[in-house]
Design a protein around this ligand. Sequence first.
Ligand code: FES
Length: 133
Amino acid sequence: KVNLDYPTIPVGKAGDLRVGQAVSFTYPDSSSPCNLIKTGRETRGGVGPDSDIVAYSILCTHMGCPVVYSAEERTFKCPCHFSVFDSELNGQMVSGQATESLPRILLSYRASDDSIEAVGVEGLIYGRQANIL
Ligand code: FES
């Protein structure tokens, strides 16, 4: 197991998130766009008071187009070649050209100030040989 030196970056307060509204941030650096999602129901690996806050890299694992969150379908959709990723099942591929799940951004929640921090990445961000450049 390789231990990359991931930064800890604050990405928001749990209480400010609205169900189904994607919040953009970058992690682990400014050229890696990500989305923070409050799914509204307990989600595998979710953090926060309701265990429903998750985050992913939004660069499609097929060719790197930014995927778009659909609250109705609870998926991320790629506008380029229509890959679909499950936002509540570890970014798993649902259909399309991509073969890898969306990389998951690992989060940590601190109840004392309701803050959410990004602390790592699971999966390789599109176009990179390592997540930390
Ligand atoms: Fe997303 Fe091709 S870049 S499906």
